[in-house]
Design a protein around this ligand. Structure first.
Ligand code: FAD
Length: 760
């Protein structure tokens, strides 16, 4: 989805006479990972929010490739000077150059990849009988699953099926064929990692110390047998290569960062070799005849070559057939939304203009177009231009900031940046804000762009390193609130992020690598209910609990607000994800794969490796020994202090004071809340009902799920006219178990203990 830092494209352009960029929409991506008949959730792997994002990305890429075609045509025409003959060989060359300006583009096809590609190649060969060799360059995926119905006897994965059918096609046609997989998913390249087949295992943090004792030996033997089975499964073909990959993230980061450098980014191609197809002959014919312009002559052929990008999300599911439509219906039922109403439009119709920057680094058009839900914390459109603008906004403080013309060009020792920035870079605050559950700028919001391939982790890293260098060269104070140094010019000097903030962002990119390489090592075990460690756990499977979790009706506002945000926008903060995952797997003990499947479907940044490894971790079946369980109520109070998320996504609680939005089951009103309640409900009949109930302590709803009775609850909310169990669900678990102490309270307790006043 990008021209920049794209190894497959750069390599194809460098080595081939003609390049055709192709994107295949494979209907299998719209089917469930596990159908309901097999205990799965039954929702599409690709849900509507991401489908919309992807279609936007395709339109943007097509536009970029067309621009590149135009640039290539202009370059070819430039030396020709004044228009020459319009017929004969010179005319044909001219027509071809003219055409190339019309003919850059992206071929989009719909269907099973291994069937579509040979058909497309057949179309090209028909128009181009002189074709002698086909090189297939593609981006590899970390997890390859065997798929039924690929045409081979045994189930094979999609990449293997494509390689087999394309090679077979080429052999049959007498055309040469080579296949070139490329990898640009991670910050560190696999070839640079120190965890090879012949590694010593030391990088794994010296974990081999299970020696001594019969049980230890037996365990080691079992482990070895499991590994041997694992390594011999064809789907886990990369496992050997990463055999000594450390199982814990901090070890991975330490060993990787000290052993490898991040490779340099590849610049976007300056030219696109003309695409093959019927247009060349038509161009020649047009030039020979001297009649219609070359572009007019080939227009119909080109139209049939490029193919259409579906105009709406619903069209995508309909084209994939009844199974995909049923999966979409299942999703809508689970989350309680109608996506055809949320995403009715044509993503192409609202293409970005790439100019005016908004405060958050997107374009004005983008912000307007993407506002399918104005509450979204991710108000961006897909595309590499948008991704780069967001990155620059976040790390420099301005979406249009040009590091080469600005900070990087600073003469040594200069105290002030030459180019004024629009605002302080959000990266300045990253360490403090990243954990927050609300806000566009609390974190970078780059993960959806990374997942769709609009930007690479290398490009992010490179920009962050440029900030680091600039901050050092400019000698600008590097802490928030520090007095900006230097003078003159009237413009305020701007702060740049401190090295610690740069390191913090780079560290998160490293976490992403860790999960990706973990999946390359662990293969299909990552998707198994027993997880990477093979831990047998008997998960519960309660459809009612599942429905409440999916639709944001657990009665725990922080969880519900996050779940409703996810369903409506495809975005959820990292803090939100951790909490809702902890509740589903740890407290409700439901099959964690249901959660992973819903996330996979809905998240804009859905990435099989990152998603499933995170779920492994929260379900306690991952390779990290820590058993994390969140107190979701306290987490909400800590990371969304004013309960903004609940006010935004839970309209039924919006007019409660923040404390009650966090804990609507509370029975006591604080003095200030009593005044508010009186004012808010003076005219409401519900007020007297609530007040009576509160006073009497009777008639209040009392049940959690499963019949546990935590006692009467919700009298305080009732004073505002909100009746638990009627307007908002009763908590699905005892909220006391979801409530811990806030860090400030903890600190105070410890201080008191130190003074000898409190027993801990
Ligand atoms: C249950 C669960 C499922 C998740 N599923 C996904 C997923 O499918 N795809 C996905 O990209 N992230 C996933 N994450 C990780 C994390 O929540 C997101 O990467 C992060 O919230 C993205 O926001 P950001 O771009 O603003 O990140 P920032 O905080 O700004 O971090 C910068 C970049 O670092 C990377 N990063 C940050 N945190 C993590 C992390 N914990 N794991 C891996 N990479 C990280 C991302 O690429 C991100 O863009 C999941 C987390 C949990 C708990």
């Amino acid at each position: 989805m990008r021209l920049d830092d794209n190894e497959a494209l750069t390599s194809a352009v460098r080595h081939a006479d003609a390049t055709l960029a192709v994107h295949i929409l494979d209907p299998r991506d719209l089917l469930p990972r596990r159908p309901r008949s097999e205990g799965g959730l039954g929702v599409p792997k690709l849900g509507p929010p991401r489908a919309k994002f992807m279609l936007e990305g395709l339109n943007e890429l097509r536009r970029q490739l067309q621009e590149l075609g135009r640039a290539s045509g202009a370059q070819a025409l430039a030396p020709a000077g004044p228009p020459g003959p319009s017929t004969g060989p010179a005319g044909a060359a001219r027509a071809e150059a003219e055409l190339s300006s019309e003919c850059g583009g992206l071929v989009v096809r719909y269907g099973r990849t291994e069937q579509v590609l040979p058909r497309l190649l057949g179309q090209v060969l028909e128009a181009h009988p002189e074709l002698r060799h086909v090189s297939l360059h593609y981006h590899m995926e970390p997890l390859l699953e065997p798929e039924q119905g690929t045409g081979a006897g045994a189930a094979e994965d999609r990449e293997a099926a494509v390689q087999r059918t394309v090679t077979a096609w080429a052999t049959k046609q007498g055309v040469g064929c080579s296949v070139h997989p490329h990898w640009d998913k991670t910050l560190y390249h696999p070839d640079d990692l120190p965890y090879g087949l012949y590694g010593t295992g030391k990088a794994a943090g010296g974990s081999g110390g299970g020696g001594g004792g019969k049980t230890g030996q037996q365990r080691a033997k079992q482990q070895q047998e499991r590994q041997e089975r694992h390594f011999t499964q064809p789907a886990n073909r990369d496992a050997q290569r990463y055999r000594t990959l450390p199982p814990v993230m901090t070890d991975f980061r330490r060993t990787t960062q000290s052993a490898c450098d991040v490779r340099a980014c590849l610049p976007p191609p300056a030219m696109l070799p003309l695409p093959p197809g019927p247009w060349r002959q038509a161009a020649a014919a047009a030039a020979t005849a001297g009649g219609a312009s070359a572009a007019e002559a080939v227009a119909p052929a080109m139209d049939s070559l490029w193919g259409e990008i579906p105009g709406s999300v619903t069209a995508l599911y309909e084209a994939a057939g009844p199974e995909a439509v049923a999966a979409l219906a299942r999703l809508q039922e689970l989350v309680g939304l109608d996506y055809s109403r949320l995403y009715p439009g044509n993503p192409a119709a609202t293409a970005t203009d790439g100019t005016a920057a908004t405060a958050t680094g997107g374009t004005a058009a983008a912000a307007a177009a993407a506002a399918s839900d104005p509450r979204s914390a991710f108000p961006f459109r897909a595309g590499s231009g948008e991704a780069l603008r967001r990155l620059r906004y976040y790390v420099w403080g301005s979406a249009d900031y040009d590091p080469e013309a600005g900070a990087l060009a600073l003469p040594e020792g200069q105290q002030q940046l030459q180019q004024p920035l629009a605002s302080l870079p959000s990266l300045l605050y990253f360490t403090n804000t990243r954990a927050q559950a609300v806000g566009v700028d609390s974190s970078t919001k780059l993960s959806p762009f990374c997942a769709l391939g609009c930007i690479t982790p290398r490009r992010i890293y490179q920009e962050v390193e440029a900030v680091r260098v600039a901050a050092k060269a400019a000698a600008v104070p590097c802490s928030v609130g520090a007095e900006a140094g230097g003078g003159g010019g009237g413009g305020a000097a701007h702060l740049l992020p401190a090295p610690a903030e740069c390191d913090w962002l780079a560290m998160h990119l490293c976490i992403r690598d860790f999960w990706t390489y973990t999946v390359l090592k662990e293969g299909l075990a990552t998707l198994d209910e027993r997880g990477i460690v093979g831990q047998p756990v008997s998960w519960r499977r309660d459809p009612e609990v599942l429905a409440r979790w999916c639709s944001g009706r657990t009665g725990l506002p922080f969880v519900d607000a996050n779940m409703r945000e996810l369903a409506a926008t495809g975005w959820m903060s990292n803090r939100g994800r951790q909490n809702v995952a902890s509740l589903l797997a740890k407290d409700l003990q439901q099959d964690w794969r249901w959660g992973a499947e819903l996330f996979e479907c809905l998240l804009l940044d859905s990435d099989v490796a990152v998603n499933y490894c995170n779920w492994n971790y929260f379900a306690g079946v991952g390779n990290d020994p820590r058993n994390r369980r969140f107190k979701t109520v306290t987490q909400g109070m800590q990371y969304d202090e004013d309960a903004v998320l609940a006010a935004t996504w839970l309209p039924e609680l919006a007019h409660l004071p923040p404390r009650l939005r966090h804990a609507p089951w509370s029975n006591d009103l604080l003095p200030a809340e009593q005044e508010l309640a009186a004012a808010a409900t003076a005219a409401s009949a519900a007020f007297s009902a609530g007040a009576t109930a509160h006073n009497a302590g009777a008639g209040m709803p009392t049940v959690g799920l499963g019949g546990e009775v935590p006692g009467p609850m919700g009298a305080a909310a009732a004073a505002f006219g909100v009746v638990l169990g009627r307007d908002y669900p009763l908590p699905i678990v005892d909220p006391v178990e979801q409530t811990g102490t806030l860090p400030a309270e903890e600190k105070a307790r410890k201080a008191a203990k130190a003074r000898g006043k409190v027993k801990l």
